[in-house]
Design a binder for this molecule. Structure first.
Ligand SMILES: [Zn+2]
Length: 85
């Protein structure tokens, strides 16, 4: 796995999916981060997916603080799912 993407000049969608969690956690290298963002600029499905993941993370964090009612969360998540499809 060491420097697997070091020589790459682009990511495909499968790679974006693989790297999404790392991106969210801020663990991508500068090079990966750049390619990741470039991909999102022209690939709408990946962009949407990532936004969904980020929202999900936000929701989970909010929920863990018990600040957002579950029903409201469910509605928002359903809406996001609809947008994805
Ligand atoms: Zn893509």
């Amino acid at each position: 796995m060491k420097s697997k993407n070091a020589h790459k000049d682009h990511f495909d969608c499968a790679e974006i999916e693989e790297l999404a969690q790392k991106y969210i956690d801020g663990r991508l290298t500068d090079h990966e981060d750049k390619l990741f963002k470039e991909h999102l600029e022209y690939c709408v499905p990946c962009d949407k997916k990532l936004k969904f993941e980020l929202q999900l993370k936000e929701f989970v964090q909010l929920k863990s603080k018990e600040e957002v009612p579950t029903e409201k969360l469910k509605r928002k998540l359903n809406k996001l799912f609809e947008e994805l499809n």
